[in-house]
Write a protein that binds this ligand. Structure first.
Ligand SMILES: NC(=O)CC[C@H](N)C(=O)O
Length: 413
């Protein structure tokens, strides 16, 4: 079959703060006929100027754009918000999920002309410009979403640079891919550190009190701060380690449990992390979230695969197969674990009700649990927050089995 390509060429009519308007934005996908040119012809740039390439994903969250912008798993991706009205609550000091924005850019329909929130300290446009993140607005996001749903994930190029030609942008899009690339090394912390912040009291519905009872080593593949806060609120002393931290060093710390975090990109592109997970499995209770869940699936001998357009949003229904309850979950992933490839004894605990895909796993014999979605970010009064309590229970069970440390006696001398 002949290779096909599509370009969305867009004249950008205004770039805020720039005298000469930039010429071009291009979205390309590896498929069929040009469409939608006139629909995004009037797109305007905000935030930073420049040229960026990345995978385009649509996010169906109604709000939470600041958490999305600082969610490291979006590295290498343009996030297109399906909610048409973005920017209306500005940006505040509390909703950051990591130290910076890692995404390729933001694509929206309508940029709010005013900000209305008592927490807001600046506008979305200023925030993005300071962090060197590009955005476009007045885009027909609905048309692009329909296209993504029909044809599957696409690569986009966005540019405010007049000197770059359409052909160059198109070439750029064809020479870039998210598959097989280690994006985690770009977002993980560089050094081991302790995490102490808990969820603020006014937001907390179900913490365990202030005592630190468990020591958890958290692998940072692009971890969100609210995962760490929830663990701390459940009584965990947390040591955050970089993605390449050796399993032997982790086991030497004698933790009560290990968390494998969320993170960007293709789980098969980081074999070193899969090896680390393999060495830790079965030795201490473990909890995987998103990328962590996918790495666990692979370490257990299963396969992951790339979905057509993934799940990105704060409103994904998941059924907890153990209780029968439906949870409304926050998700962001393009890859999924294929449960048919997992060994006997591994239980699928949750399924995504939109497409039946695996949303949670457990291997009780080895005290392993994992979720494809974010328990710390479920909408409503902590719908999925019980997952942290279950992890703590796994650690409690293990701890009660651990022999008490032997007190030294005279005969040891
Ligand atoms: N949220 C995440 O950790 C994302 C997991 C993985 N990078 C994916 O896209 O499937």
């Amino acid at each position: 079959m002949a290779a096909k390509s599509l370009g969305f060429a867009v004249s950008v009519s205004h770039l805020l703060g720039s005298k000469s308007p930039p010429k071009l934005c291009v979205f390309t996908i590896s498929d069929v006929l040009p469409m939608g040119l006139e629909e995004i012809d009037q797109a305007k740039s905000f935030g930073a100027a420049g040229t960026q390439v990345g995978e385009v994903v649509f996010n169906t969250s109604l709000t939470g754009y600041q958490e999305i912008l600082t969610y490291p798993s979006y590295a290498g991706q343009f996030v297109l918000m399906t909610n048409p009205h973005i920017g209306n609550t500005g940006v505040n000091l509390d909703d950051e999920e990591s130290r910076q924005c890692f995404l390729a850019g933001l694509v929206i329909r309508s940029l709010s002309i005013s900000t209305s929130s008592w927490r807001s300290v600046e506008t979305l446009g200023d925030y993005l410009a300071e962090r060197n993140i590009m955005g476009i607005y007045d885009v027909d996001t609905r048309a692009i979403t329909r296209r993504l749903r029909r044809d599957g994930s696409l690569i986009g190029v966005l540019s405010t640079d007049n000197s770059v030609t359409d052909e160059e942008l198109l070439k750029m899009s064809h020479s870039w891919d998210i598959v097989g690339i280690d994006l985690i090394s770009g977002v993980s912390c560089r050094a081991v550190h302790e995490w102490v912040d808990k969820t603020k009291q006014e937001w907390d519905f179900s913490s365990r009190g202030s005592e630190e009872i468990f020591h958890v080593v958290a692998y940072d593949f692009g971890i969100k701060h609210n995962i760490l806060r929830r663990l701390a609120s459940y009584g965990c002393k947390i040591t955050v380690v970089p993605s390449t931290w050796p399993a032997t060093e982790t086991l030497k710390m004698n933790p009560d449990g290990v968390l494998f975090s969320n993170g960007p990109g293709d789980p098969s592109a980081i074999p070193y992390a899969i090896e680390t997970v393999k060495k830790i499995l079965g030795k201490v209770p473990v909890f995987g979230i998103c990328m962590g869940h996918q790495l666990l699936g692979q370490a257990l001998g299963g396969n992951t695969f790339k979905m057509k357009f993934g799940h990105h949003g704060g409103n994904h229904p998941v059924r907890n197969l153990r209780t029968g309850h439906v949870e409304i979950s926050a998700q962001n992933h393009n890859y999924a674990v294929d449960p048919a490839t997992l060994p006997k004894g591994v239980e699928v605990t949750h399924i995504n009700l939109n497409d039946g895909s695996c949303a949670g796993l457990a291997f009780p014999a080895q005290r392993i649990m994992s979720l494809q979605y974010h328990p710390e970010a479920s909408p409503g009064p902590h719908d999925s927050d019980y997952a942290f309590r279950e992890f703590v229970e796994l650690m409690e069970q293990q701890k009660s089995k651990k022999p008490e440390p032997r007190l030294s006696t005279v005969s040891d001398a």
